[in-house]
Design a protein around this ligand. Structure first.
Ligand SMILES: [Zn+2]
Length: 75
């Protein structure tokens, strides 16, 4: 039995190079913490990953932009 094949993968488009990445939910996401990090398979950009419940897809954002955006929101 290979459980890896049973894990659903969700589509996420890289905002930098436009490559479609297929991403599994992280353990944190399964537990309800909807945020993750990863590298684009195309350009290796460090990305923030967020699951979009409505579209059933992963939203990808350049990690630095994400940090900037979230720190601005807190001010
Ligand atoms: Zn990319």
């Amino acid at each position: 039995m290979d459980y890896r094949d049973k894990k659903p993968r969700y589509k996420g488009i890289c905002p930098v190079c436009g490559k479609t990445n297929w991403i599994c939910k992280s353990i944190a996401m399964e537990l309800g913490v909807n945020t993750g990090i990863g590298h684009c398979l195309g350009c290796n950009t460090f990305l923030n990953v967020k699951f979009n419940e409505e579209r059933q897809e992963m939203d990808l954002e350049i990690y630095e932009d994400y940090v900037k955006r979230t720190s601005e929101k807190e001010e």
